[in-house]
Each structure stands twice: as structure tokens, then as C-alpha cells.
Design a protein around this ligand. Structure first.
Ligand code: C2E
Ligand code: CA
Ligand code: CA
Ligand code: CA
Length: 278
């Protein structure tokens, strides 16, 4: 048994070693990527579940290195840890506002642009100023911007988090809680924070049709959003069956492959154009 655990420890070390090397490699490439503009914004539409009109567009960053995409699920946490998320996040926010402002008249009326903001970025001193500057420089109206943050942001530093949220609210910006239901925080914070929207995580939507527990969670979150007067959006909606279920549960908006995958700028513009004339 001792031998066996030694064996396991060895494999574990090796695995950690690989992870560490990969992490270092990504860090090195990230520094270079920031200088040489290897990042690109992708766009995924969000729709009102009843009127089926576009209500928003989520901005998702893409990184292509040497002809291969590295997933944001991998590099964003690394960038969070080494602080590179600050310059990267600033670039994303600025570019997203600029793009949205350029589209002002081409996007469906009142469609908002949703930008993911990581914890470190959100809690960074001067974050609200940065948001105001991005709006001012681009000419985008604050009412057109939604910021998506996770519960973790508020849990990390509740007092500061609430202050930032209040400031954003006073500017006129909407805030959505992303990945709702996956954190381990209590629900009590919801009555203290000025937010506008809950985004139920795609992990609950994925097997909703076959899994009673997931279904119960989604129904409960729909009720919760309604009672707290928050808009509820479901992400990861891939089928008509899921859409129908969410409609009966009282969900307000949906996003997912059922309507569209995240698209490059050119593809998104073609998509919007085609929808206008269909
Ligand atoms: P997220 O914010 O929860 O984004 C949802 C993810 O689900 C995206 O993955 C999106 O492409 C994917 N998705 C959308 N519809 C469907 C669907 O119908 N089915 C399935 N299976 N997946 C769907 P993506 O683009 O790989 O991003 C992963 C995560 O990386 C994001 O999760 C977010 O946490 C982070 N991320 C992406 N872009 C940014 C960014 O600009 N800034 C920051 N801070 N984080 C970002
Ligand atoms: Ca998001
Ligand atoms: Ca999510
Ligand atoms: Ca996420």
C-alpha cells in the first residue's frame, strides 16, 4: 500500500509539473499577446423569450496563438492570477464599448452589450472611472452596457463590492450575476446588492430535461428572480425543448447555440443583417 501511494504521489507530481509548465508557458505568451494584439472579440446574441427580439450581445474574448485557439476558460483564470487580466480586461472593455457605439444604429433598439468582468478587475481601485472613461471615449450610452460578474466578486470583498455596484448603478449601468447557482455563497447577499439580472448557469440547463434536480433548481431560480424583481437569463440553451421549458418556468431571456454560437465581428454583422431582412 505504501508503494502504491508513492506511485500515486509521483503521478500527481508529474501532473502538477505539467500544469505548472503550461501555466508558465501561457503567462509568457499572454505578455507577448497583449503587445501584438492577438485577442479578438466574439459576439453572442441574447433574446427575449416571448417577443424573440435581440435584447443583448455578450462579448466573449478569443485568443489565437500560432493558429490555435486557447480557451478563455483556461487563460482567463491564469491572467486573473498573474494580474494580466487588468490590461487585458481594460482592452476588452474599451473595445467592446467602441464596437457597440459603432453599431449603435445597426443593433436592434435597446439591445445591450454585456461585458464579462473578472473579480480582480472589478475590485481594482479606479474601476468605475475606467468604465466611465470607456463610455465617454466611445460615446456609448451607459444604458447600453451590462457588466457580468460572478458571486465570487461580492464574496471576496462585500463592502467594496457593494460600493462599486452602487456607483455603477448611479452611472446607469446594469449588472448581472453570472454563473448563478454555482457559487457556495448564501442568498442573503442578494438583498444587499443593487443588481439587475441573474444569469442561471449553463450546467443547470444542460440536462434539465432529464434531471429533476436541475429542473427544480432552474424553476426555483426563476421564482427567485421574479420575487426579487430581477431579470432572469438562461445561458447554454441549445434546443427548442429547453426554450419551451424555460418559457413555462417564467424565464425572461435566453442565450445559447439554439440561436447562435459566439460569432466574429463580420459573422455577427451578417447574422444581424440577415435577421433584419428575413
Ligand atoms: P461565461 O461568461 O459563463 O460564458 C459562457 C460560455 O458558454 C462561453 O464560453 C460561451 O461560448 C459558452 N456557450 C454559449 N452558448 C452555449 C451553448 O449553447 N452551449 C454550450 N455548451 N456553451 C455555450 P467561452 O467563450 O469559452 O468562455 C468561457 C468563460 O471564459 C466565460 O464563461 C467567462 O467566464 C470567461 N470569459 C470569456 N470571455 C471573457 C472576457 O472577455 N472577460 C472575462 N473576464 N472573462 C471571459
Ligand atoms: Ca458571462
Ligand atoms: Ca456561465
Ligand atoms: Ca463563467
Amino acid at each position: 500500500a505504501a508503494n502504491e501511494s508513492k506511485q500515486i504521489a509521483k503521478c500527481f507530481d508529474k501532473d502538477l509539473g505539467f500544469k505548472h509548465a503550461r501555466r508558465l508557458d501561457i503567462t509568457r505568451k499572454l505578455i507577448y499577446a497583449l503587445e501584438s494584439r492577438q485577442f479578438e472579440l466574439y459576439f453572442q446574441p441574447q433574446y427575449g423569450i416571448h417577443h424573440k427580439k435581440m435584447t443583448g450581445v455578450e462579448i466573449l474574448v478569443r485568443w489565437c496563438v500560432d493558429g490555435a485557439f486557447i480557451s478563455p476558460s483556461e487563460f482567463i483564470p491564469i491572467a486573473e492570477q498573474n494580474g494580466l487580466i487588468l490590461p487585458l480586461g481594460s482592452w476588452i472593455l474599451k473595445s467592446a464599448c467602441q464596437q457597440a457605439a459603432n453599431w449603435q444604429n445597426n443593433l436592434p433598439q435597446n439591445a445591450k452589450i454585456a461585458v464579462n468582468i473578472s473579480a480582480r478587475q472589478f475590485l481594482q481601485p479606479g474601476f468605475c472611472d475606467e468604465v466611465e472613461r470607456a463610455l465617454y471615449d466611445s460615446g456609448l450610452a451607459p444604458e447600453r452596457l451590462t457588466l457580468e460578474i460572478t458571486e465570487g466578486v461580492i464574496m471576496q470583498n462585500k463592502d467594496l463590492g457593494i460600493k462599486v455596484l452602487q456607483k455603477l448603478k448611479s452611472i446607469g449601468i446594469d449588472v448581472a450575476i453570472d454563473d448563478f447557482g454555482t457559487g457556495f455563497s448564501s442568498l442573503a447577499y442578494l438583498k444587499q446588492v443593487p443588481i439587475d439580472k441573474l444569469k442561471v448557469d449553463l450546467s443547470f440547463i444542460r440536462n434539465m430535461q432529464n434531471n429533476k434536480d436541475d429542473q427544480a433548481i432552474v424553476i426555483t431560480v426563476c421564482q427567485l428572480a421574479k420575487n426579487l424583481n430581477l431579470t432572469l437569463i438562461a445561458e447554454g440553451v441549445e434546443s427548442k425543448e429547453q426554450l419551451k421549458m424555460l418559457e413555462t418556468f417564467g424565464c425572461d431571456e435566453i442565450q445559447g447555440y439554439w440561436y447562435s454560437k459566439p460569432l466574429s465581428q463580420a459573422d455577427f454583422e451578417a447574422f444581424v443583417h440577415a435577421a433584419q431582412y428575413s
